[in-house]
Write a protein that binds this ligand. Sequence first.
Ligand SMILES: Cc1ncc(COP(=O)(O)O)c(C=O)c1O
Length: 393
Amino acid sequence: MTDWQKLEKKYFMPTFKRMPVTLVKGKGVRVWDENGKEYLDFTAGWGVNSLGHCHPEVVSAIAEQAKSLLQTSNQFYTVPQLKLAELLIENSCFDRVFFCNSGAEANEGAVKLARRYGKLHLDGAYKVITALNSFHGRTLAMTAATGQRKFQEAYQPIPDGFVNVEYDNISAIKKAATSQTCAVMLEPIQGEGGVNIPSDSYLKAVRAWCDEKGILLILDEVQTGIGRIGTLFGYEQFNIEPDIITLAKGLGGGIPIGAFLAKEEVSVFTPGDHGSTFGGNPLACASGYATLNFIIENDIPGKVKKNGAYLIAQLNKLKSKHDFIVDVRGRGLLVAIQFDDDLTDKIVKSCMERGLLLNPVKPNAIRFMPPLTIVKKDIDAMIGILERVLAKV
Ligand SMILES: Cc1ncc(COP(=O)(O)O)c(C=O)c1O
């Protein structure tokens, strides 16, 4: 049998800390490795497989599209792109969309749009305030936007124009702002930062302050968007409307896609200001349309809310049995448990051996982000495995 993992060691730049599992098949919340071993997958491709692995409607949309048209460039109109644009705009508070290929690229585009707006309406203001502990992607500019030193240190000098301030602290934003500030960019809940939920008043206060100063509010919903936290978009739960939102991950149902959406008055790009070869390609948009349409038609966000509450309740039961679990937090199906020590690697490894895949988001925290279509039975199965592992810690 081919030792696939050996090939990685020989040929790849060693950027990923992979688990020793080679996956070959997926269906719903389950995946199988090359030896036929079955796993419950609570990572969902890092929050991407919103309808689970190989959902029939997504697979059939991709297959149909692949038979007719894969890529044309944006020199022409294509129907899947137009249909997805209409679905996104008609179900959100935004007026305009730009399609790209990933979360980092969506954020880059959003920041370019904010800078363009700053040039036109804010006397050339170009700086963007972001939060410490945030995550906005791995391009050079998004490394500067991401408020974590560990991602920035190796790449100095990082691009100018970003100020990282404490999350969930409106005073920190006010203090960091200058006449050069064009926007504030935040995650409604910090995902990679460990599932950090701000206080109820935070985003409302940021929105009010941005309005007062005439600067833009960008929400990075690459992780929280498309039903993940129990509403189609995260902003709905905080009773605000951002000026710009960025999406990726769950939007494509497993195919790479990104997008940023903006209000009409903020949509200041003109022909030639921005572009992408693959952005909005028919294959990704057909997959995105099938995914989003299924999510809307079947009230998946409502189910996420219910099942997310169930998941949190079950995790809290484990917390009451184990002193070393110090926190359970989350919204919808973006949930984390935190330990009093760096126990994550050990627990995640033991779970993997018992057929459960989890995401080690922090040395002392595990993140749960299963497919949005998960049912109670699967949550119970996951809790059963986790419980057996925790009993041995
Ligand atoms: C909130 C947020 N923004 C941006 C990104 C980057 O997305 P991508 O890896 O698709 O570039 C991520 C990825 O985890 C994310 O969670």
